[in-house]
Ligand binder design. Structure first.
Ligand code: ADP
Ligand code: TYD
Length: 210
């Protein structure tokens, strides 16, 4: 069986990643593809346990370095148990956030840890998505949408708009750094319009990669 495809969604909190990842998965399944929809942090039982450690509690519960180790441990488990077996079986894996989130949230939010993030990624993960869909949007709108969800996983949202501004600029910077795999989509439109754009972008990639 031929190798599958690994697609990640990235963007600031509330940009519409989860909504769009789900709509893309539904569309591709309808078109006959075998699709695994997953998310980070989490996606495997062990990684979901780590998720509650990193997303709940005070913003200063962990240092950026400790967080980096926790997110990387979660990703390694997710890769071993779900993502790599699915890709090897020829499936399309759609992941809501992946290593680009670590490059920004742990790499840039409190000092510059980008070199440590990249070193650990090379050592422990060693793979990038084939395609990364960046849903770009204004942080005030994104934060208002995210807060509207009223959840308990608010550690990062509690860092505030200034961090989100930095993350937005950072994601656009990563899109320039990795132009081959990044596609940037304007998220400040209605859900269906964004979804059509995402669908066209991913379908074009799947067609061209054969
Ligand atoms: P993310 O996963 O990026 O945090 P979500 O997909 O969970 O974002 O969306 C956050 C909230 O905003 C949800 O309540 C969702 O229904 C809503 N939402 C998503 N996309 C749009 C859109 N294009 N326009 C308006 N609201 C949206
Ligand atoms: P997520 O559940 O995708 O939140 P949202 O739907 O609000 O975008 O991710 C939760 C938080 O985890 C988010 O604020 C970003 C953070 N995060 C990191 O800090 N590092 C990482 O490696 C990942 C995957 C997420």
């Amino acid at each position: 069986m031929s190798a599958g495809t690994f697609v990640s969604f990235e963007g600031i909190d509330g940009s519409g990643k989860s909504t769009q990842a789900r709509l893309l998965a539904d569309h591709l399944r309808g078109a006959g593809h075998d699709v695994i929809l997953t998310r980070e942090p989490g996606g495997s039982p062990g990684a979901e346990e780590i998720r509650s450690l990193v997303l709940q509690g005070d913003p200063d519960r962990w240092s950026a370095e400790t967080e980096l180790l926790l997110f990387t441990a979660a990703r390694r488990d997710h890769m071993e148990r779900l993502i790599l077996p699915a890709i090897d079986a020829g499936k399309i894996v759609i992941c809501d956030r992946f290593a680009d989130s670590t490059r920004l949230y742990q790499g840039l939010s409190r000092g510059n840890l980008r070199a440590a993030v990249d070193a650990l990624h090379t050592l422990m993960i060693g793979r990038e998505p084939d395609l990364t869909v960046l849903i770009d949007m204004d942080p005030d709108t994104g934060l208002a949408r995210a807060k509207g969800r009223q959840g308990t996983e608010e550690r990062f949202e509690d860092f505030g708009t200034e961090l989100q501004q930095k993350m937005r600029a950072g994601f656009l910077g990563l899109a320039q750094e990795f132009p081959d795999r990044f596609r940037t989509i304007d998220g400040a439109r209605d859900i269906d319009t964004v979804a059509m754009d995402v669908r066209a972008t991913v379908t074009a990639y799947l067609t061209s990669s054969g």
